[in-house]
Design a protein. Structure first.
Length: 423
């Protein structure tokens, strides 16, 4: 079945028919199977990365005897909590290649999954508030071009035209000096990415097992991995892949190794919906605040990490206050909007703000983690490269630089600036 598309397609006539019978005849988008006794591969975590891995395991490598095991509900982790920004404006060639492959996969994903992920390439604009930041923008945009990725340096007037209402007056605390834009950047619907991969993986025979926490790993007398202990009993597995984001170090400890990952809360928030006022994603370099407008009209606002490590998935009030103050500084008119909701996810941050896609230092376990504040944009490539590693037992060329060995050799890929993680 490698390469074919087993997802059921509905005709326009079936939509018409269902309209008349109260929409009672649609099939479920994915099954709710009980775990089988054993699988070739068990993937822990039904976020975007875990689900995409399962999908590409069959699509690219013909491996279908796969389970994705999720302690909550699929897409209920960071994949359903993020601010949905996609872009490939990273600095170093290794990261540029990885994130650009992700963006290219996103560009074809609605068709590939036969599921509208609502990709909107409305541009990702970074605003420079000083001459020094503008120089950094030029350096950054030129590095992107050298890596074959689209970018344009913008003048102050071009930024003002793109963001009506931006605080560019003489009294602005952070003056607008220009910026740069990646026009192919933008947003995609986060739930749809999880649901699209889940439906497509399910149609290919992958078992997605929700409400099932992996609590431990079982090995035979020779130390060979034989499966995982879960809250729904033992599940046999030849290989286990961890795609659990903010809980990567917890799972690594259960598997008997350590990861150079720290977990932090990252918060986001939305305002009440308003008429269209912002048709790009805008980020202020000086403050780290960024925002876009959802299709519903809400302004979706994000900022930096909470200041200390935590697994408490709610976040701190001072961070909300700081992000809101920065957002109002950027576009003062939004100060009159109501803030509707705030929420947090637990993200996994490495020393160099770059991901890890590698075999674990214990037999049979494979890791996809360290995406920190920026792994939504990487979901397709995270799944694609982890599937390659699981299927062939060797890293995909794009993933070679993102091994665990870099923390021993010192070949770090420091993307703190591009990832928006202030260390
Ligand atoms: C507020 C916020 C804003 C963000 N904004 C952006 C953005 O604009 N752009 C961007 O690119 N990235 C963004 N990110 C980062 C992005 O959301 C994550 O990097 C990405 O979603 C990680 O996907 P994942 O599949 O690895 O993890 P998750 O979606 O978190 O999935 C991991 C899953 O593992 C499950 N799990 C954990 N432990 C176990 C266990 N023991 N057994 C079974 N299951 C387990 C969890 O329940 C969870 O569902 C943001 C993150 C947050 C929190």
């Amino acid at each position: 079945m490698t390469g074919s598309d087993p997802v059921k397609r509905y005709s326009a006539a079936s939509l018409f028919t269902e309209g008349f019978r109260g929409h009672t005849g649609w099939e479920r988008a994915w099954r709710h199977p009980d775990p089988k006794p054993a699988y070739d591969v068990v993937i822990v975590g039904a976020g975007g990365h875990g689900l995409a891995t399962a999908y590409y395991l069959d699509k690219e490598h013909g491996i279908t005897n796969v389970a994705v095991v999720e302690k909550g509900w699929l897409g209920g982790g960071n994949t359903g909590r993020n601010t949905t920004v996609v872009r490939s404006n990273y600095l170093y060639p290794e990261s540029a290649a990885l994130y650009e492959k992700a963006l290219q996969l996103y560009e074809g994903l609605s068709k590939d999954l036969n599921y509208n992920i609502m990709l909107s390439q409305r541009g990702m604009l970074e605003v420079a508030h000083s001459r020094h930041e503008l120089e950094a923008c030029a350096y950054w945009a030129n590095a992107m071009r050298l890596n074959g990725i689209d970018s344009e340096v913008l003048t102050r007037d071009e930024v003002i035209a793109l963001v009506p209402g931006i605080n560019a007056g003489p009294g602005a605390r952070y003056p607008v000096c220009g910026g740069y834009i990646q026009r192919r950047g933008g947003i995609a619907r986060h739930d749809a990415v999880a649901w699209g991969y889940a439906r497509a993986a399910d149609a290919r025979g992958v078992d997605i097992i929700q409400n099932c926490e992996v609590t431990g790993f079982r090995r035979d007398g020779a130390g060979t991995l034989v499966g995982v202990e879960t809250t729904r009993g033992f599940i046999g597995a030849k290989k286990v892949a961890l795609a659990v984001a903010g809980h990567s170090s917890v799972m690594a400890e259960r598997a008997g190794f350590r990861l150079p990952v720290k977990s932090y809360a990252l918060q986001a928030m939305v305002t009440e919906p308003v008429k269209p006022m912002l048709d790009t994603v805008v980020m202020s370099l000086a403050t780290g605040v960024y925002m876009s407008q959802s299709d519903k009209g809400e302004l979706v606002i994000g900022g930096g990490l909470d200041l200390y490590g935590s697994y408490a998935q709610r976040g701190n009030f001072p961070t909300i206050e700081k992000v809101v103050a920065s957002a109002i500084e950027l576009i003062p008119a939004i100060g009159r909007l109501k803030l509707m909701r705030t929420w947090a996810g637990i993200v996994d941050v490495t020393h160099d703000s770059s991901p890890i896609i590698d075999r674990a230092p214990v037999q049979g376990v494979y890791v996809n983690c360290g995406w920190g504040t920026g792994g939504f944009k990487a979901i397709p490539v995270g799944g694609y490269t982890l599937a390659h590693l699981l299927a062939r037992d060797e890293p995909h060329p794009l993933a070679v630089p993102f091994s665990l060995r870099r923390f021993e050799s010192g070949r770090l890929i420091d993307e703190a600036a591009a990832s928006g993680i202030p260390h």
